[in-house]
Design a protein around this ligand. Structure first.
Ligand code: GLY
Ligand code: MN
Ligand code: MN
Length: 487
């Protein structure tokens, strides 16, 4: 990435904006600077079609604006995070910005402001094409010559179906704003600073909750995209089974890389760090170090999801016998989790309390734990009341899913965990049992076994649909599926 010309510009220009402001070219001859200004073709596109979700983004913006009449609403996409010096982590825009625009640009900001007639007008503030005249496009370290061509503002207007303005004029616009303002904080430090005297934490928390709550019920574009993410995820799990050695160990790193190949090829990325947890690692919920190995005879707990190119993610777990056959103790625990998950999925329907599927699954798990003698003399009801099962079940049974793996997490409690399921919601059902290797309260044969089964469930008018049903769940079906993929 580094280059002598760029280094000259960087070392001699301590303020990276200086080039842009005063036209100085540190370390570059005037002849070269003049030469670089000319001889470039006009590549402006005037024939672009709107992206597929413009109808939906317009409706979502209108719904948001209707909740905050007369207020200026500011939703940044966020900025890239520096990894070291001039390298950055891969950029991923804020989900609310994506939801309202369909755009994935860095440094962008959506503004919904009351216009002259009081109705909201939307504008996306974006970085325009790099200026050739000032040398910005090649001397600025984030010029297009280095980072790649950006869409012009006109091109973005065609694609996004809303007015687009230069983001470098935004500070001025915000400074001139006089009425009430709400800001999605924490994504763009410049915007946060520009508005620090004009917003309040309390009102911004309300705004964040409103945005999060709006995303609870998915529209048809979102459902179709989640369906595609699940289908690609199914293929990623199949890829993993094909590389799992039946005689030799397979590094967890290779499992992670295999799934990532599918995610990056078909989608944008993985939606969260893949958990590739073999053997006793399967009892660690957030095992993302993935530096062990999956040996024949072990279980592999694989929790992974493809994030689509529109940034919707699947979130799926299967616990697989590495050599293709469950041992009897592995199957005993697996069957208990399978029964619990089936009960949880059956409880997903419109009108049900959100918490119903959790209790349905957890009651089944508690029943098995009681039958295995793990509550001693206590009845299952008493143990459940006291929460004793949680030593081995560890987590809640699921969560909403969408642009974020833990979607809508900032929504008001009464709409989410204390709310009611509605058609169009998508949630995971993912009970598990986790017996730590050093847990002396369980028989030795249980120790080091961790099992979770996780599917992505759409609430429909009639009940539910399992979007990840392309993967088998029952133990026999898992074994048959693995055998088929390896034959
Ligand atoms: N993969 C994160 C979760 O299951 O919630
Ligand atoms: Mn999950
Ligand atoms: Mn998961």
């Amino acid at each position: 990435m580094s280059d002598s010309l760029q280094e000259a510009a960087v070392t001699e220009e301590t303020d990276e904006n200086r080039t842009r402001k005063n036209g100085l070219y540190g370390g570059v001859s005037t002849e070269l600077a003049e030469n670089m200004k000319q001889g470039w073709a006009d590549t402006e596109r005037r024939d672009l079609k709107p992206i597929a979700q413009t109808v939906h983004t317009a409706r979502r913006r209108a719904a948001l604006a209707a909740r905050f009449p007369g207020e200026l609403l500011v939703i940044p996409a966020g900025n890239p995070k520096v990894r070291a010096n001039d390298t950055a982590y891969p950029f991923r825009p804020s989900s609310d910005y994506v939801y309202l625009t369909g755009d994935q640009s860095q440094d962008a900001v959506l503004v919904l402001g009351p216009g002259q007639d009081g109705a909201h007008e939307a504008a996306a503030y974006l970085l325009p094409r790099s200026d050739r005249e000032s040398g910005e496009f090649w001397l600025d370290y984030h010029g297009e010559l280095w980072d790649g061509r950006r869409n012009s503002l006109g091109e973005n207007e065609q694609l996004l179906g809303l007015p687009c303005r230069d983001v470098r004029t935004l500070t001025e616009r915000l400074a001139a704003a006089t009425g009430p303002i709400r800001l999605l904080r924490g994504y763009d430090a410049h915007v946060d600073a520009a508005l620090s005297d004009k917003v309040t934490a309390e009102r911004d928390i309300e705004f964040r909750a409103a945005l999060s709550g709006m995303r609870l019920v998915k529209d048809e574009f979102e459902i179709a995209d989640l369906r595609r993410a699940c289908q690609a995820t199914v293929r990623g799990f199949e890829d993993v089974v094909r590389v799992l050695g039946t005689d030799t160990p397979t590094p967890e790193r290779a499992i992670e890389g295999t799934f990532f190949m599918r995610a990056r090829t078909e989608g944008n990325d993985v939606g969260y760090a893949s958990v590739c947890a073999a053997g006793p690692h399967s009892t660690t919920l957030h095992w993302v170090r993935n530096d062990g190995e999956a040996r024949p005879g072990d279980l592999l707990l694989l929790d992974a999801g493809v994030e689509s190119r529109n940034l919707y993610t699947a979130d799926v777990t299967r616990t697989l016998p590495v050599d293709g056959r469950f041992t009897s103790i592995q199957r005993k625990v697996y069957d208990a989790v399978y029964e619990a998950q089936s009960a949880g999925i059956a409880a997903v329907k419109p009108g049900a309390a959100y918490r119903d599927f959790h209790h349905a699954a957890q009651r089944v798990l508690a029943g098995h734990l009681a039958a295995w003698g793990l509550f001693g003399d206590r009845s299952v009801d008493e143990a459940y009341e006291l929460g004793l099962h949680r030593r081995w079940t560890l987590t809640g049974t699921g969560h909403m899913l969408g642009l974020d793996v833990h979607d809508c997490a900032k929504a008001r409690t009464e709409l989410y965990v204390d709310g009611t399921l509605e058609a169009g919601m998508v949630l995971t059902v993912e009970p598990g049992l986790y017996f730590q290797s050093d847990d002396l309260t369980v028989p030795e044969e249980f120790r080091g076994i961790g099992i979770r089964i996780e599917d992505d469930i759409l609430v429909t008018e009639a009940g539910h649909e399992n979007l990840s049903a392309g993967l088998p769940r029952a133990a026999d079906e898992v074994e048959a599926w693995m055998a088929r993929l390896r034959s």
